[in-house]
Design a protein around this ligand. Structure first.
Ligand code: FES
Ligand code: FES
Length: 198
């Protein structure tokens, strides 16, 4: 397998790799970047444990080849907190809500649950129950903490909407939800369709 230079923008920082373009994004995040928030569950795109954001869209990192997302913005669980990767970072409101509700038993699914929720609330800040369930439908939890997970999503949604209303509308919402500022401008359009994740 031949290697090629591949650039990814991970949590706002441009990173260069010399790897096969067929390498799963999940392997690069965990093995090359030391970002272990995304988990290896099934490796087949079925469980959602490996979910990351491509732009604002949740994708399966295990079935996404890095060649399909070269030059794109990837956000992992580690990149959600304000303050980026600094020690004094503040958890994202969705992370905070999941902690408060204690929506975990083993916690293995939570990366995917949180990333899917962040993606949902970016596209639909006032998601109703039907939209929440649809967004999490393909995120599997084997421990059965579904009720707590749903409660955490509702809490995050309501709190973020409240903060938005208190602090000046959509501009503030963007600040609350966005990852760190991109290191470089977005790459050319047309590459998103190449992402192989479902
Ligand atoms: S590890 Fe299960 S969907 Fe990626
Ligand atoms: S809390 Fe264990 S898989 Fe969801």
């Amino acid at each position: 397998m031949t290697t090629q230079p591949v650039t990814l923008i991970i949590n706002g920082k441009e990173q260069n790799f010399a790897l096969s373009t067929e390498t799963p994004l999940l392997y690069v995040l965990r093995n090359d970047c030391g970002l272990n928030g995304a988990k290896f569950g099934c490796g087949l795109g079925e469980c959602g444990a490996c979910t990351v954001l491509l732009g604002d869209r949740p994708i399966r990192a295990c079935t996404t080849r890095i060649g399909a997302v070269r030059g794109r913005h990837i956000t992992t669980l580690e990149g959600l907190a304000s303050g980026g990767l600094d020690d004094d970072r503040t958890p994202h409101p969705v992370q905070q809500a999941f902690c408060e509700v204690q929506a975990a038993q083993c916690g293995y699914c939570l990366n995917g649950m949180i990333m899917a929720t962040v993606g949902l609330l970016r596209s639909n800040p006032h998601a109703d129950e039907k939209a929440i369930r649809a967004a999490l439908r393909r995120q599997l939890c084997r421990c059965g903490t579904h009720m707590e997970i749903l409660a955490a999503v509702r809490l995050a949604r309501d709190r973020m909407a409240e903060e938005t209303a208190d602090a000046g509308g959509p501009a503030r919402l963007q600040t609350l939800q966005s990852p760190p500022a991109p290191f470089h401008p977005a790459p050319a359009a047309g590459t998103e369709a190449e992402a192989s994740a479902p």
